[in-house]
Ligand binder design. Structure first.
Ligand code: IMP
Ligand code: MG
Length: 174
């Protein structure tokens, strides 16, 4: 199917907002050590930019969940395809997501990390599709609220394409 791509977030807006989020996060943790978890693959560019704006001692780790397959269809039950390596027991943990949509994958991660003894758990998401939530879950540090449309670029894909783009586009069927 052919798609048209419409810019929804420019690279300048991304840079500005990511720097602001880094400042908000820095202020929140005020120097406490933090485990910052990148939820692969979608968050990889956002994460790489964000951690360079956070001023607190950090351990970094990466997880990958099975998710949307290769299309735009809705999610299923989440499972790890790559688990964490850092022990989170007694530590402050910040999850970094590309998009929180239904909230089911973030809810799964929060549940697991809580059981593993995280001292505190917060979520930072580049995009917050808050109106589409199917579970009660709040994004603590949200980049951009976007409620509709399927977006790609800045790490986010459609069928593994477009992750490398440095702005965010909405895919509109032609
Ligand atoms: P959920 O919150 O469990 O429904 O899953 C959110 C995940 O679905 C995100 O981390 C993305 O990987 C994927 N997703 C949701 N909406 C979009 C979109 O508009 N473009 C690309 N991926 C999306
Ligand atoms: Mg994702």
């Amino acid at each position: 199917m052919a798609h048209k791509m419409i810019t929804v977030i420019s690279r300048e807006d991304i840079a500005r907002r990511v720097a602001e989020l880094g400042e908000e996060i820095t202020a929140h943790y005020h120097g406490q050590p933090l485990v910052v978890v990148c939820v692969l693959k979608g968050a990889f560019l956002f994460y790489a930019d964000l951690v360079r704006h956070i001023r607190t001692p950090m351990e970094m780790d990466f997880v990958r969940l099975s998710s949307y397959g290769s299309g735009t269809s809705r999610g299923r039950q989440a499972v790890f395809t790559k688990d964490m390596e850092v022990d989170v027991d007694g530590k402050h943990v910040l999850l970094v997501e590309d998009i929180v949509d239904t909230g089911r994958s973030a809810e799964f991660l929060l549940h697991v990390l809580e059981k593993r003894g995280a001292a505190s758990l917060k979520i930072c998401s580049f995009v917050d599709k808050s109106e589409r939530r199917e579970v009660s879950l709040k994004v603590d540090f949200a980049g951009f609220p976007i409620q509709k449309g399927f977006i790609v670029g800045y790490g986010m894909d459609y069928a593994e394409q477009y992750r490398e783009l440095d702005a965010v586009y909405e895919l509109v069927p032609e």
